[in-house]
Design a protein around this ligand. Structure first.
Ligand code: FAD
Length: 364
């Protein structure tokens, strides 16, 4: 027999920056915690993906963590500079936030699947089933590391790891590490690892160094480009792929040490390393794939949100609403996959979903 579903206006899935912002605004715009909305988060503690970041990613080496609405990171954790690991500071900040605004976060609760039952969405989790009138999905990307396929990958006898698996450079000492990828994670890890051991760097394209300073205008134009893609139904691509690589003092120093010399992508993986199309070979001990993440959306598969091109067409003020289905919003996705974007998207999604639900209730 099917379990009785708990009725609720809105289910928010995920309690990272995007889910917490959405929850804050759902509450502020009038939904009551529990019967009005719940937040289901599969992590054991607060912090979203930040609780899993490597220890050397500190408040001074992150790109910048934007405050959640109504609360200041600096005030809660005491400082936003220095060598405090983001993996400690952000969970502390989010824990305080959830308490302060009495957000109904349930954890650890994993949503396995969401189905469309016509008059409601059936949200199945390992802690029960919800019948929701609206859904704000904020599940991030951390649990979906992306590694491209190359011939020979199963033959390699060394170690393959992804950004997600990196803890510290020390554990790689004495090994030749091949860093793959042209994004911010790749250059940050390359800088750290090259200080303790031999590294080689490969990227598909020439790295896009950004000499000029990062301005709000540059940020806005990058977000606008990704937003345009999802409005057209294209897969989003990452915001940093259009902002370029910042040349921080650490990166400049690494360039001066000569470790930022990049080789083109290899064509296959061998038992002991990699080989290029021209036949040249390189033996390495570790292949570190800094090749990014994809959105964690498997639990939404029955909703068939994807179009033929593999993208999800979004609409609404900040492109968070699934086109043709005002019950469903994606936040922290595409143009809002940053802490500031997640904030704004949470607000827009909360406003639009509440307006939709009240209009729909009035028409019944
Ligand atoms: P997350 O923080 O990933 O939260 C998603 C939550 O959903 C998690 O708690 C997860 O457990 C939960 N969840 C997932 N699936 C389910 C499910 N099926 N059921 C229930 N719960 C589920 N952005 C910046 O603005 N500044 C930075 O400096 C910065 N640095 C970054 C560094 C790295 C290495 C990476 C990978 C990203 C970085 N970003 C940065 C981007 C960052 O990911 C976003 O800014 C933002 O923090 C993501 O928030 P989110 O709420 O979308 O996702």
């Amino acid at each position: 027999t099917a379990a009785a579903a708990t009725p609720v206006d809105v289910v928010v899935i995920g309690a990272g920056q995007a889910g917490l912002s959405a929850a804050y605004y759902l509450r502020k715009f009038g939904l009551r915690p529990e019967a009005g909305f719940v937040v289901l988060d599969r992590s054991f503690g607060p912090g979203g993906a930040w609780q899993h970041r490597w220890p050397s990613l500190t408040l001074s080496t992150v790109n910048g963590i934007h405050d959640l609405p109504g609360s200041s990171l600096a005030e809660v954790v005491g400082s936003t500079s220095g060598e405090v690991p983001a993996a400690a500071a952000v969970p502390e900040y989010y824990a305080d936030y959830e308490k302060r605004f009495e957000l109904p976060v349930h954890r650890p609760v994993q949503v396995s699947v969401v189905c469309d039952r016509g008059d409601h969405l059936r949200v199945e989790s390992d802690a029960g089933v919800y019948a929701a009138r609206g859904l704000i999905n904020a599940t991030g990307t951390w649990e979906h590391p992306f590694v491209p396929w190359y011939p020979g990958t199963v033959r390699f006898r060394g170690r393959q790891m992804h950004t997600k698996d990196y803890r510290n450079a020390g554990e790689l000492a004495g090994q030749h590490v091949l860093v793959v990828g042209g994004g911010i994670s790749a250059v940050q890890l390359l800088d750290e690892i090259s200080q303790v051991t031999a590294t080689t760097w490969v990227t598909r394209r020439e790295p896009a160094w950004r000499e000029e300073e990062f301005t709000p205008e540059l940020g806005r134009s990058a977000v606008a480009q990704v937003e345009e893609r999802v409005r057209q139904g294209l897969p989003p691509g990452s915001v940093t792929s259009v902002t370029g690589l910042p040349i921080t003092p650490a990166i400049r120093a690494a360039r001066d040490r000569g470790v930022m010399r990049r080789l083109p992508m290899f064509s296959e993986i061998t038992e002991t390393g990699v080989q290029w199309a021209d036949g040249s070979i390189l033996d390495v001990d570790v292949i570190l794939w800094c090749t990014g993440f994809r959105s964690s959306l498997d639990h939404l598969a029955p909703l068939e949100l994807r179009n033929a091109g593999g993208g999800i067409t979004l609409t609404g003020r900040l492109a968070t609403q699934v086109e043709g289905d005002p019950r469903i919003h994606l936040v922290g996705y595409g143009p809002s996959a940053s802490t500031i974007g997640a904030n704004r998207a949470g607000r827009a999604a909360a406003r639009e979903i509440i307006d939709y639900l009240s209009a729909e209730a009035n028409s019944r």
